[in-house]
Ligand binder design. Structure first.
Ligand code: ADP
Ligand code: ADP
Length: 228
């Protein structure tokens, strides 16, 4: 699903954010990506979602070599990726329905299909009763779940989350992770970037650790091993 082959990223200012990063995430796998602030987590996610390009190396997503994707083709690659952010980036003056429907409207789906898919997505995150509500009237955890519904409404095979629990307390954080586990059980590959080590420690998942742009560990959080 995701393959990084000797990927380095140096920003125009000269800041080297990733150095010779190698890893592979299989379809249907769930993993955490961790490391201190500035370690390169966001940069790694931005290379996957084509918001940034590698300086050297190869990124493959769902079999596509991103070096061979031109700017016009970017929307087709992004269609396969559900993105979840810390600040869920909801439109506050639009209803929950409109927020979740947005990616489908952009894709040009019919009203009937949009209705059906939005309802299904809100059911999956347990917010069916909030469909006509506005985000400002929802709690932080509920708002995050609206963001997740929007990310999965198109049923992408890959979910990327950048600090999805950053603003939430431990209990709500765990609920969000449980949601990701449900999507993962349904076959979706999930990569979650977080510096919440407490959250990871309570779980038994593959964890990739970045330090100053290098992948220093890759393994189960219980028995972290040096990456080759
Ligand atoms: P986080 O630690 O939460 O990932 P960052 O501070 O690394 O946050 O990044 C926040 C945003 O600012 C990102 O979009 C990132 O690309 C951008 N950014 C971070 N560092 C720089 C920088 N030195 N110059 C320009 N933009 C930066
Ligand atoms: P993390 O998400 O782990 O906090 P980032 O990927 O945001 O790390 O940042 C890695 C390094 O790259 C940091 O030193 C950051 O300042 C730098 N950086 C991130 N985005 C930019 C950018 N747009 N321009 C210049 N430097 C950046």
């Amino acid at each position: 699903m995701i393959r990084f082959d000797k990927v380095s990223k140096t920003y125009p200012g000269g800041q080297q954010a990733l150095r010779q990063v190698n890893f592979h995430i299989a379809p249907g796998e769930m993993a955490f990506l961790t490391g201190h602030s500035g370690a390169g987590k966001s940069t790694l996610l931005k290379l996957i979602s084509l918001m940034e390009r590698p300086t050297v190396g190869q990124v493959l997503i769902n079999g596509h070599d991103l070096n061979k994707i031109n700017n016009r083709q970017i929307p087709y690659i992004r269609r396969d990726i559900g993105m979840i952010f810390q600040s869920h980036q909801l439109l506050m003056d639009r209803s929950v329905f409109d927020n979740v429907a947005l990616p489908l409207v952009i894709e040009g789906y019919s009203h009937k299909e949009i209705n059906k898919k939005v309802k299904t997505a809100l059911e999956m995150v347990g917010l069916s009763d909030k469909i006509r509500s506005y985000p400002v009237t929802l709690s932080g955890g509920e708002q995050q779940r609206v963001g997740i519904a929007r990310a999965v409404v198109n049923k992408p095979p890959l979910l990327l989350a950048d600090e999805p629990t950053g603003n939430l307390d431990p209990k709500l954080s765990m609920e969000i992770i449980k949601l990701f586990e449900e999507f993962n059980r349904a076959g979706v590959a999930v990569l979650i970037a977080t510096h919440d080590l407490g959250l990871i420690a309570r779980m038994r998942y593959r964890t990739l650790t970045l330090k100053q742009g290098q992948m220093i560990t890759d393994g189960l959080s219980e028995d972290w091993q040096e990456a080759p």
